[in-house]
Ligand binder design. Structure first.
Ligand code: PEP
Ligand code: MG
Length: 588
């Protein structure tokens, strides 16, 4: 029996109630099961139907690829369609099922094993590589047998709760997100990118919940309580009723918060705080506009690559997207981060190979430098669009800067491209603002030097915490060690804000910490005045800032930063937050 409840980590708040659909990306363990004679025909039918489903999915993908990317991409799917329908694959599988009286998965595995061996023995490298196509098709048939193939998700006609072992952002961007009521993931951490997308779209999500796929496969309905990080499988009617009323309460609260939409973000003692939006998917721009933000503090341009993969955007694609983004935001400034690919974010199409340790590998600005063609294409587009708008409206930011030299090289490239574009006749600004993400501890330590040369800095706490504490932000096994209240991290942040003030360099924060209600008072107290976050968090943070006194927050920050452990700081902040909320009425 599956357990009726499982517990993980609530990663995006909210409650979802609905039908679970399971998506597994990990390899499926194939077991040999001997079947009674009476089951053989049925098993062959099960296999045939999985082959048919796979063939139909491949054709759907073929049509989609042809219409979105051009006929040359459709060819890959046509070859796969031929292979899946090829009797030399299905005939021996049927024979093994019948002769050995075994399950379809086992029979398929035997046949594919032999085919792969045959391909591997071919002298021609190109042909030998075709074994990957065979393995790909076999996996699709296997997933279809198992009921966990993702292809059908792209055409979902109803709303579901998606339960998965792992869901990299490159898969998420292709999902029909308006059909997803909630995410339940066996892996992941509080700031993994899939979590960030869920939060941005206001989709409840739980991560690090082991065994969810297995239980999900056996359930018809689930309740996702992402406040508590709980999932209930096949809940009782009484549970459903209770959670429906909690869900309504939450939605009412959210609607109430909207009342602060048009109010200025100003502390009780008159300090203005700028609120900006982080954008991953272009679909989020409308939400940002509707929340009355003062600009985009972070556009994660790598999502553009993921949304278009396997094709890479060309200069005109970039220009079109950036121009639309700036037009949508009116006069408000837009900070576009150059592509931060690598790690789990679509490295393969750009890099061609996988790394053993991608988070410490060719990621962010390092990848930009190692692929000068891609980088220049993007920079040219950024400079061209910047030139179409008043100076300062488009700002360029570089990810994962670890040392001053990297920032200097990036500036040098921008200067060179500025000259090239001018000689080609484009109207280009002399000096588009260039900023650095401070998200690697070495950059935080050297921040005074960086602050002297960069036009602006943005603190990326998601990575700064990961790298300072040596805790993988996407690994559920160490999620409990990922502590935003770590004194080491807070001292680095304080140092970055101070350096910005000393050199008059604008400092913002665009990591998830900027929208954490526990951390916002502390950050205001440390002197931070520019917060960029997922659009869904804007009303809560606006409300909170309006209830703070910057003077009191600063006294609190001085106290907190002297403490020695994350736990001490966390308890202190919780206590202070409770006092703040109890003392002051909502100022609307
Ligand atoms: C960060 O690291 O805090 C950040 C904003 O960048 P990303 O989450 O895209 O790595
Ligand atoms: Mg980062």
């Amino acid at each position: 029996m599956s357990p009726k409840r499982l517990k993980g980590l609530g990663a995006s708040p909210g409650i979802a109630i609905g039908e679970p659909v399971v998506q597994e990306t990990r390899p499926i363990a194939v077991l040999r099961i001997t079947l009674p004679d009476s089951r053989i025909d049925q098993e062959i039918e099960r296999f045939d139907s999985a082959v048919e489903t796979t063939a139909a999915n491949i054709l759907k993908n073929r049509d989609r690829a042809a219409s979105q990317m051009g006929e040359e991409y459709a060819a890959i799917f046509e070859a796969h369609h031929l292979m899946v329908k090829d009797p030399s694959l299905s005939k021996p599988v049927r024979e093994i099922i019948r002769e050995e009286r075994v399950n379809a998965e086992w029979a398929l595995d035997q046949v594919v094993g032999k085919l792969v061996e045959r391909f591997e023995s071919l002298p021609d490298d190109y042909l030998a590589e075709r074994k990957l196509d065979v393995l790909d098709i076999a996996t699709q048939i296997l997933r279809s047998l198992h009921g966990t193939d993702i292809t059908h998700l792209e055409d979902l006609d109803r709303k579901v709760v998606l339960v998965a072992d792992d869901l990299p952002p490159s898969v998420v961007v292709k999902l029909p997100l308006d059909k997803i009521l909630g995410f339940v993931l066996e892996t992941g951490g509080p700031t993994s990118h899939t979590t960030i997308i869920a939060r941005s779209l206001g989709i409840p999500a739980i991560v690090g919940i082991s065994g969810a796929c297995e239980s999900g496969l056996r359930s018809r309905r689930v309740i996702v309580d992402a406040f508590e990080g709980k999932i209930l499988f096949d809940p009782d009617p009484a549970d459903v009723e209770e959670y429906r009323s909690r869900q309504n309460e939450y939605l009412e609260q959210q609607a109430h918060l909207q009342r602060v939409r048009a109010l200025p973000t100003i502390t009780r003692d008159g300090h203005r705080v700028e609120l900006l939006a982080n954008i991953d998917l272009l679909a989020e721009v409308d939400a940002a506009v509707s929340w009355n933000v003062q600009g985009i503090g972070l556009y994660r341009s790598e999502f553009l690559y993921m949304e278009r993969s396997p094709l890479l955007p060309d200069e005109e694609d970039h220009v079109g997207v950036y121009r639309n983004l700036l037009n949508a935001m009116g006069d408000a400034p837009v900070t576009i981060r150059t592509f931060d690919l690598g790690g789990k974010k679509l490295a393969r199409e750009v890099m061609g190979s996988e790394e053993a340790n991608p988070v410490l590998g060719l990621r962010g600005i390092r990848l930009c430098f190692s692929k000068p063609g891609f980088f220049q294409t993007q920079l040219r587009a950024l400079l061209r669009v910047a030139g179409e708008f008043p100076l300062g409206q488009l700002r360029i930011m570089f990810p994962l800067i670890a040392c001053l030299e990297e920032f200097r090289v990036a500036r040098f490239l921008v200067n060179r491209l500025t000259e090239d574009l001018r000689s080609e006749g484009y109207p280009i600004h002399e000096s588009v603002p260039l900023g650095a993400m401070v998200e690697v501890p070495s950059a935080a330590v050297m921040v005074r030097e960086l602050a002297k040369e960069a036009d602006f800095l943005s603190i990326g706490t998601n990575d700064l915490i990961q790298y300072s504490l040596a805790v993988d932000r996407a690994n559920e096994l160490v999620a409990h060690l990922y502590r935003p209240t770590s004194p080491a991290v807070l001292r680095l942040i304080s140092q970055i804000i101070k350096a910005g003030n000393e050199f008059g360099t604008d400092v913002g924060m665009c990591g998830e910490m900027a929208s954490d209600p526990l951390m916002v008072p502390l950050l205001v107290g440390l002197g931070l005045r520019r917060f960029s976050m997922n659009p869904q968090s804007l009303p809560l943070v606006r409300n909170l800032v309006r209830q703070l006194s910057a003077r009191e927050a600063s006294a609190m920050a001085r106290q907190a930063i002297r403490m020695s452990t994350a736990r001490e700081i966390e308890e202190y902040l919780l206590e202070r937050l409770a006092i703040t909320l109890a003392k002051i009425k909502v100022r609307v």
